[in-house]
Write a protein that binds this ligand. Structure first.
Ligand code: ATP
Length: 376
């Protein structure tokens, strides 16, 4: 086991025309002994580049990477005590599963052959692939190849696992099954793991902690629940959660946040978080909005149901603040008027119906409109 540290790590690529791309920008991150850390963010945010630098497949432009307090930047990939699993599995097609799994051990250790064989067989058993040992990758399903790729990483008994979207080629059912299995194996082995995904569900369900990247910059490192409940900024708030948080641009006037289509009163206590900020983005998660029968106070808003989207366990209901209808009688559903609420159960709601949406103050998130920083 080992802890992995990235200190002020920057990676710059220079394109053919001389343009510089800062793929990773001053990233500092510690992955604790035995921790499962998920690096998550949209396409192009620098996740793979980060992982590749840790693996030694890419040089570091600035900063250092350390394993157990020793800088490893100058070590060859094979000398880093790190195993990487790729999305593409990267199995040797002409070798059997057994050969694929034992190859790394034969190359890099002085382990006797019979010990390697035992080790490969017990790992194969753990991964449920012992019956596949004599097949070649071409004779395996995607899910089986994926297990072999993982088994090949595990058999080396590394200090650190790096995984780059290892489940993204699997179908949804297998992916969710493998998610649980991977977590179990990682926990059993207690190996420090850095796992890259663009899928926030994967991040939320698998990570002990998640590190959210955007544009090469670290946005927040937190447990999944912290990132959900206390996002550091608007980017994290919008990235975590499905459907995404609703955002409204408002201006503080007296004790109210004033929006083009509604006014939201703030209690003294909540207002005190704003400091001097007057341009405030109000955020509310779809699952925190309630539909109620009667408006009781000014946190309840008259709306019209625009679209109902059934999602099995309930409905995503797109609502529009009440307002003028256009000449054609259609609702004017510009972005600033519509928002989504997730309502569980079998409640019957139909497009065109009026609805009263309750936006509870305790569930409201507030952000500085200019910087995106969370104010509450
Ligand atoms: P994805 O989820 O799409 O794989 P990512 O978050 O893993 O994305 P990276 O692959 O790390 O992102 O890329 C980060 C940025 O660096 C992107 O703008 C990408 O175009 C750029 N980049 C990556 N590798 C190179 C390279 N070899 N040369 C030039 N630019 C690169």
């Amino acid at each position: 086991m080992a802890n992995l540290q990235l200190n002020d790590v920057t990676k710059t690529f220079t394109e053919d025309d001389g343009n510089e791309i800062v793929a990773v920008d001053d990233l500092s991150l510690t992955i604790e002994d035995g921790e499962f850390l998920v690096l998550v963010g949209p396409s192009g945010c620098g996740k793979s580049t980060t992982l590749r630098m840790v693996a030694g497949l890419e040089t570091v432009t600035d900063g250092t990477i350390s394993l157990e307090d020793r800088v490893i930047d100058d070590r060859q990939p094979a000398d880093r005590d790190i195993a990487m699993v790729f999305q593409s599995y990267a199995l040797y097609p002409h070798m059997t599963v057994r050969q694929n799994m034992s190859f790394g051990l034969e190359e890099s250790t002085t382990m006797p052959d019979d010990e390697i064989r035992d080790h490969v067989e017990s790992t194969a058993e753990m991964m449920g692939i012992e019956q596949l040992l004599d097949r070649t990758p071409g004779e395996l399903s995607g899910g089986q190849q994926q297990r072999v790729a993982l088994g090949r990483a595990i058999v080396r008994n590394p200090s650190v696992f790096l995984m780059d979207e290892p489940l993204s080629n699997l179908d949804a059912k297998l992916r969710s099954q493998m998610r649980t299995e991977l977590q179990r194996i990682q926990e059993d082995l207690g190996v420090t793991t850095m796992y890259v995904t663009h899928d926030q569900t994967e991040a939320m369900t698998m990570g002990d902690r998640i590190a959210i990247l955007n544009g090469g910059k670290l946005q927040q490192v937190a447990t999944p629940l912290e990132a959900y409940h206390e996002p550091a900024n608007r980017f994290v708030a919008s990235f975590i959660g499905e459907p995404s948080m609703n955002f409204f641009e408002t201006e503080l006037q007296g004790d109210r946040l004033v929006h083009d289509h509604f006014e939201y009163p703030l209690s003294e206590n909540v207002r005190s978080n704003l400091g001097d900020t007057t341009h405030v983005t109000l955020g509310i998660r779809p699952e925190d909005i309630e539909l109620v029968n009667t408006a009781e106070d000014d946190h309840d808003f008259r709306t019209v149901v625009d679209v109902v989207e059934p999602v099995g366990s309930g409905n995503n209901i797109y609502l529009a603040f009440e307002g003028t209808e256009s000449d054609s009688g259609e609702l004017e559903t510009d972005d600033s008027r519509t928002f989504v609420a997730t309502i569980g159960g079998l409640r019957q709601v139909e497009a065109g119906q009026p609805a009263i949406a309750r936006i509870p103050e305790e569930a409201v998130h507030l952000f500085d409109s200019e910087t995106g920083r969370a104010l509450r």
